[in-house]
Design a protein around this ligand. Structure first.
Ligand code: IMP
Ligand code: MG
Length: 191
């Protein structure tokens, strides 16, 4: 029985895991790290929709090298908090990445299934190089031996929302990253 009605704002969070300021600082650091790694190179950034949208928007503005931006959509989750099917890539790239440096940007490395499938898909286009950057990593949940080349924060095994991450398409607009109150997470009434 749901005692609290969701407001779809920060007040639905039980805890804030990463604050707005911590995100801002870390995104700047990642931008610096990427700028050193890709100095003088032209890089196609492939953002995985919709979760990586907010992170990508901030990250590319702290990157000091030539970029092109493209997006892929991979669907592995319905409105639930765990994977149901193997990920499906549901929209193709618009840019030709053959012989180009490619950086895949995703919101979170959870089981690793999505990023692993995307990397395998992109490898098929023979890019000059292919690296990945995730905002969050949940090592306790990895199913496959896969790690991201660049990572913002390592977090515990909790379902998180905010800064692009959703629960049933809600909460993507929160400026921080946090864990929903349990009764709101368990409830299907607002999915
Ligand atoms: P994976 O394939 O299990 O690594 O899951 C990848 C995708 O699942 C991410 O890109 C997210 O869209 C979603 N996801 C995984 N964990 C969370 C979470 O804690 N909150 C919100 N979305 C998540
Ligand atoms: Mg999602």
């Amino acid at each position: 029985m749901l005692t609290q009605k969701p407001s779809y704002t920060e007040s639905d969070l039980e805890t804030v895991l990463v604050s707005k300021e911590e995100i801002r600082q870390r995104v700047l650091e990642l931008g610096k790290q990427l700028s050193e790694h890709y100095e003088g190179k032209d890089v196609t950034i492939v953002s995985i929709l919709s979760g990586a949208l907010v992170f990508t928007a901030d990250l590319i503005r702290s990157c000091d090298f030539a970029t092109r931006l493209d997006c892929l959509r991979a669907e592995s989750y319905g409105n639930a908090t765990s994977a149901q099917n193997p990920p499906r890539i549901t929209n193709p790239l618009k840019t030709d990445i053959t012989g180009h440096h490619v950086l895949v940007v995703d919101d979170i490395l959870d089981s690793g299934n999505t990023l692993k499938a995307i990397i395998a898909h992109l490898q098929g286009f023979s890019p000059a190089s292919l690296k990945s950057c995730v905002l969050l990593d949940k090592p306790a949940r990895h199913e496959k031996s896969f790690s991201a080349d660049f990572c913002g924060f390592t977090i515990p095994d909790k379902f998180v929302v905010g800064y692009g991450l959703d629960f049933a398409e809600r909460y993507r607009n929160l400026a921080c990253i946090g864990v929903l109150k349990k009764e709101l997470q368990d409830s299907a009434s607002h999915v």
